[in-house]
Design a protein around this ligand. Structure first.
Ligand code: PHE
Length: 455
């Protein structure tokens, strides 16, 4: 490493401890994807069969791509664009693609983040518990069709994030995640115990865990891979950016595996919170995105201390959403701070303003812009499709091609094993997977998502 590089490295902030980094990365991974998206994906995709395919993808594709992104980030020790372009400047475009997608992702993620704030306010003021499913539906409907209300809650959410991120890596992200992530986990366990001890919960547990293999089809497979990328925060540059702040001696494989295990546990726990309760009360698991927002409050109102459980749950949802979205904002913050040489604080607030503006079309698609559609999708659906179904698999694909085929094997292995100080038993399996298997699988999925191929 030459002098100028090491100087640059020294000037950058770092995660102070390994645990701090793991919790921050886990905080990025664990989000609305686990607590809101995962249960309704299971619900809409046939229960146990989806869970089975999803777990296989996490194990063979998710973990390998996560390791790849951490290798790219820590080796690059810079913003996401420089990291991807390190040995071949053509690959900078991959970083650009990921970073731009992260702005779009954050803009609509913050809308759902705002919903959690709205529900906390409603739960605390006692307006959520005791309503029938119908009245809850009306409450949600009114909320959804009022862009002004949506906007107010989205802004509150954006401000919380900007406040944390403007305080930097070790002082902000690491400090908050260290406290918030364990609290989240403990709260979830309490909630899951409450749910699985409800009378009639057994039916739900069985439906959730017992795979009916005949239900596995191309939709289930495509949804499962999308969920795997989304939930591990892959394909937009979050993991690359966070790892760029990781010290050279830290153990990348162990860290990625710990994050994936923690993330999967939280998703499975969320399933235990939501699905047994849905079945215990004879409700529909297939209602889609509204499952958590409409069904659970109804469930809460029928159990003792429902208000307390509702408040806990929606606070959980907010915590999870915040620790994820700060990792989305950090991608462009790191870039702007390094390129425009302005302060972190200024960069954070300017980007927050930009994201707010980008978020106006999806926000308005819940109201009067709902009829503006392209290929049957309104702005909100288009943003989500562009990010989750197109960008994430493509950035993942080019990341594996970069590390597997452009980088010299020696450089890759040195970074992976922290210059030989870290032992990773599966290093050759991982290398074969990212060099041959994963690019082919992701290529086929990308063709599918771009509409070029129909499985
Ligand atoms: N993994 C986060 C979740 O499950 C979402 C996310 C995606 C965060 C990409 C950062 C980058 O909610």
């Amino acid at each position: 490493m030459d002098n100028s590089t090491s100087k640059k490295v020294d000037n950058r902030d770092h995660f102070k401890s390994r645990l701090g980094f793991i919790l921050a990365a886990a905080g990025s991974a664990v989000g609305l994807g686990n607590l809101w998206r995962f249960p309704y994906q299971v619900g809409s995709n046939g229960g146990g069969a989806f869970v089975f395919v999803y777990l296989i993808f996490i194990l063979f594709i998710g973990v390998s791509v996560a390791i790849t992104e951490m290798v790219i980030g820590r080796h690059g020790k810079s913003n996401v664009i420089e990291c991807y372009g390190k040995y071949n400047s053509k690959f900078k475009i991959v970083g650009w693609f990921g970073m731009i997608a992260s702005l779009f992702l954050y803009s609509y993620y913050a809308i759902v983040g705002g919903w959690t704030v709205f529900y906390i306010v409603k739960a605390i003021s006692g307006q959520l518990i005791g309503l029938s499913t119908g009245s809850l539906g009306t409450l949600l409907d009114t909320f959804f069709h009022s862009p002004l209300q949506l906007m107010i809650y989205q802004i509150i959410f954006l401000i919380i994030n900007a406040f944390i991120i403007s305080r930097g890596i070790s002082g902000g992200i690491e400090k908050y995640c260290k406290v918030l992530m364990p609290v989240l986990f403990i709260m979830l366990i309490i909630m899951a115990v409450r749910s699985i001890t409800l009378p009639g919960a057994m039916k739900g547990i069985e439906w959730y865990l017992k795979p009916n293999f005949s239900k596995i089809n191309s939709t289930v497979i495509v949804s499962a891979i999308g969920q795997a990328f989304f939930t591990l925060s892959l394909g937009v540059g979050s993991m690359v950016t966070y790892s760029s702040y990781l010290k050279s001696k830290e153990n990348i494989p162990k860290t990625s595996i710990s994050v994936a295990i923690f993330d999967t546990l939280v998703a499975l726990l969320a399933g235990f919170v939501v699905l047994p309760a849905v079945f215990a009360f004879n409700l529909e698991p297939t209602t889609g995105p509204s499952l958590v927002f409409v069904t659970l409050p109804h469930v809460f109102s029928q159990i003792p201390f429902g208000t307390v459980f509702a408040i806990i749950f929606f606070v959980l949802l907010l915590i999870a959403a915040v620790t994820s979205s700060i990792s989305m904002l950090e991608i462009s913050t790191t870039f702007v701070v390094e390129k425009a040489k302005i302060s972190r604080k200024k960069a954070t607030w300017l980007l927050t303003l930009l994201i707010f503006i980008i978020g106006i079309p999806p926000l308005m698609s819940f109201g009067s812009w709902g009829h503006i559609q392209l290929a049957g999708k309104n702005f909100y659906d288009l943003y989500d499709y562009f990010v989750s179904n197109i960008t994430m698999p493509l950035v993942g694909l080019f990341g594996t091609i970069l590390v597997g085929h452009i980088w010299k094997k020696e450089i890759v292995m040195n970074e992976l094993t922290s210059n030989g100080t870290v032992d990773f038993k599966f290093k050759n399996v991982w290398y074969t997977l990212i060099k041959y298997v994963i690019p082919i699988v992701l290529f086929l999925i990308s063709l599918q998502s771009l509409g070029i191929l129909k499985i």
